[in-house]
Design a protein around this ligand. Structure first.
Ligand SMILES: [Zn+2]
Length: 266
C-alpha cells in the first residue's frame, strides 16, 4: 500500500473513532435474578432493573437508545416479554439512563413516570409526574419514589420490599450521589441549591432501611464481583447492608472534599 492510501486509512480510522460515541464500548451483561421479583437486565456499564408482577412488569432505566436492544434481549432471555413492560421509571435524567425512553415507550407502550424536578431533562413523552414519596403500584408491587437530589435536580431513589424464600427484604435502588467532573457546587447560578440538595440526599439515603442496594451503574454496587459470587452459589451476595453504608460513607466523603476544594478556590 502506498503512503497516501495508508494515511487515508489511518485518517479514516481516527475519524471513525472520534465519531463513535463512548457507549459503544458497552456490551451485554448476563441477565440475572437479584432477589425476589427484581432482575438485572442492564448492560455491562449501565444498570437496568426489571421488577415483575402478575399484572405486567416495571423497567427502571432505559439507558441509551443504543442499549435498548441489549435490555430487550436480557428481558427475553430471562423468560419475560419486553412488551409486558407496563411502566418505565428512571434513576435520574442523564442520557445514559433515560436516552432510550422514547424507544422503550414506542416498543412497549409503557406508562412513563418521572420526578417533577427532572421532567424537563427527560426525552420523549411523560405520562405521570412524580413527587417525593409518591408510590407506583402494579400487581401488588409498591415502589416508592424518594427525591435524593444533587446529581440531578430530580434524582430519584426507588425503594421496595422484595420477598425471597418467604422473607421480606428492603431493596434500595439508589439514584447516584456522584459528583461528576465539571459539577459546580459553589455559586452555581443554574442550580444554586446543589450542595444542600446533596446533603439532603445523604440524609434521606441514610434514613432508609436497606438489605439490598442497587444503583444505575454496576460498579457503584459491586455488580461484577457480586455476580461472580452469585454464580458460585451460597448466600445471596446482593444482600449487603454494610456495602450500602460503605457506599454512602465513600460518596459523602468525596462530595465533602470536592465542596471544600471548590470553596477554597473561590
Ligand atoms: Zn448521572
Amino acid at each position: 500500500m502506498g503512503r497516501p492510501t495508508s494515511a487515508a486509512v489511518k485518517c479514516a480510522v481516527i475519524l471513525a473513532a472520534a465519531l463513535l460515541p463512548a457507549q459503544t464500548a458497552d456490551g451485554p451483561f448476563p441477565p440475572h435474578k437479584v432477589i425476589g421479583n427484581v432482575y438485572y437486565v442492564g448492560s455491562a456499564n449501565l444498570a437496568s432493573f426489571l421488577i415483575t408482577t402478575p399484572r405486567g412488569n416495571i423497567l427502571i432505566n432505559s439507558s441509551f437508545e443504543e442499549t435498548v436492544p441489549l435490555i430487550e434481549a436480557s428481558v427475553e432471555k430471562l423468560g419475560f416479554h419486553f412488551r409486558d413492560i407496563h411502566i418505565l421509571l428512571d434513576s435520574h435524567a442523564h442520557s445514559d439512563h433515560v436516552g432510550g425512553n422514547p424507544l422503550v415507550k414506542k416498543l412497549t407502550g409503557a406508562t412513563v413516570m418521572v420526578m417533577a424536578e427532572d421532567a424537563d431533562a427527560v426525552p420523549g413523552s411523560i405520562d405521570r409526574i412524580l413527587h417525593n414519596g409518591d408510590q407506583v403500584k402494579l400487581g401488588g408491587v409498591v415502589l416508592t419514589a424518594r427525591l435524593t437530589p444533587g446529581h440531578t435536580k430530580g434524582a430519584t431513589t426507588w425503594t421496595m420490599t422484595a420477598t425471597d424464600g418467604g422473607k421480606p427484604y428492603h431493596v434500595v435502588i439508589v439514584s447516584s450521589v456522584s459528583v461528576n467532573p465539571g459539577y459546580v457546587l459553589v455559586n452555581n447560578n443554574k442550580y444554586p441549591q446543589i450542595a444542600n440538595d446533596y446533603r439532603r440526599a445523604f440524609e434521606v439515603l441514610r434514613s432508609l432501611p436497606c438489605d439490598v442496594f442497587l444503583a444505575p451503574h454496576g460498579n457503584q454496587y459491586g455488580l461484577e464481583e457480586k455476580y461472580a459470587r452469585l454464580e458460585k452459589g451460597g448466600p445471596n451476595p446482593f444482600i449487603d447492608p454494610e456495602g450500602y453504608r460503605a457506599y454512602l460513607d465513600k460518596g459523602e466523603k468525596l462530595f465533602l472534599s470536592k465542596l471544600e476544594e471548590q470553596k477554597g478556590r473561590r
